[in-house]
Design a protein around this ligand. Structure first.
Ligand code: SF4
Ligand code: SF4
Length: 367
């Protein structure tokens, strides 16, 4: 809406543009709006694709045109849905698709603060001229001058003067719009304001209002607070306890194994190590399930070891080619189940992933 306002102007200008015949100005303004929406949709919706992959690698692949088809298709889908939902459908999403209004209306009661039009003050409506002859809610004309400012600013397009409605997202834009009008015609503010149904009735009858703390500190409010806090706390605990590292391994297929001159068998693997902390970390990588296996770092091929150290950059994925070498006596089947395990050098915890180590076909083994 901000883009639309910036390019096409305020509501009146937009309505004028809608009615105007097609010409260069209309084409430019409408085209500019839709192109801007698509760019925003690409940067917000389409960019979600980076959530599912190693973002820098995928960005490079996208720019060079070598990304998988699924990445382009997902970007197109997310961009289009963002453009359609936020640009074209807008309040229809709030009204028909969003579950929040239903949850909200189930949680409200007559003591809940909601955006309310004070009908006892505003009615009967009249023009600014007739309003000048009345007094605030008690004369021939109420405070509402039917300027429609509250309806025009409402993002869901409702008229709050018809009472509380499901579509209201409590954005309070109508409160500000109406207060502007009240200021201009010299009437008290808050003809539309935050109040409870009970307080509204009491105010209309001139009765004393319930103390604010009694409205806020009700068992219902405290129960909701406790429930939402418990959910928030649970999410925080899960977040704090999540693993801050991950590993994935894929076996090199060509060649699938190499027989060394001394009879040892060697397999190649690509290890991807994910560091989820905002600092560089060292991880110890080991292999389990293959007695006597050693890991060969291609950068130090002369020093096979039971474990290798891998340094991972902050919030990044470290990709490393390694080789695992095992004595022939340990490779008792064509496919051996093995696990790659990482442990942080300076802390506790371990994460492992399973894969296979391939050797020559053994007589009697399943192939
Ligand atoms: S609070 Fe927002 S959504 Fe609700 S009626 Fe007012 S402008 Fe419309
Ligand atoms: S903005 Fe206020 S005065 Fe204008 S129509 Fe709405 S309620 Fe009435």
């Amino acid at each position: 809406m901000a883009v639309e306002r910036f390019i096409q102007g305020d509501r009146n200008a937009r309505m004028k543009l809608d009615k105007a015949p097609w010409g260069p100005e209309k084409l430019l303004k409408l085209g500019g709006t839709h192109i801007s929406w698509l760019v925003i949709a690409l940067l917000t919706g389409g960019a979600w694709v980076f959530y599912f992959a190693d973002a820098p690698t995928l960005a490079r692949q996208i720019v060079s045109g070598t990304a998988p088809f699924a990445a382009y298709a997902t970007i197109a889908l997310l961009t289009f849905t963002t453009y359609a939902l936020a640009g074209l459908m807008r309040e229809q999403v709030c009204t028909y698709m969003c579950p929040w209004p239903r949850i909200q209306s189930a949680m409200l009661d007559e003591d809940s603060f909601i955006v309310t039009y004070k009908a006892w003050r505003g009615e009967p409506r009249g023009s600014v001229k007739t309003a000048a002859t009345g007094t605030s809610g008690a004369g021939t004309s109420g405070d509402c001058v039917d300027c429609m400012a509250c309806v025009n600013v409402c993002p869901t397009g409702i008229d709050i003067r018809n009472g509380p409605q499901l579509e209201c997202i409590t954005c309070a834009l109508c409160i500000d719009a109406c207060n502007d009008t009240m200021e201009k015609i010299g009437r008290p503010l808050d003809l539309i304001g935050y109040t409870t149904l009970k307080r509204d009735v009491a105010e209309s009858r001139g009765q004393p209002l319930t103390a604010m703390w009694k409205v806020v500190l009700r068992p219902r409010v405290l129960l909701y607070l406790a429930l939402w806090s418990a959910i928030g706390l649970f999410m925080l605990v899960v977040l704090a306890g999540r693993e801050r590292m991950d590993i994935s391994v894929s076996q090199d297929r060509n060649p699938i194994y190499v027989m060394m001159s001394n009879g040892d068998i060697r397999n190649g693997f690509t290890v991807k190590l994910l560091n989820k902390e905002a600092r560089p970390r060292d991880f110890v990588l080991t292999v389990e399930g293959l007695p006597g296996a050693t890991i060969v770092d291609p950068l130090r091929p002369d020093k096979p070891a039971a474990q290798v150290m891998i340094r991972a950059r902050p919030d990044g994925v470290e990709t490393q080619k390694i080789q695992v070498r095992a004595p022939a006596s340990a490779v008792t089947a064509e496919n051996m189940d093995i696990s790659f395990v990482i442990r942080p050098k300076d802390g506790d915890g371990r994460v492992e992933t399973d894969t296979r180590f391939t050797g020559p076909v053994h007589s009697g083994s399943a192939s």
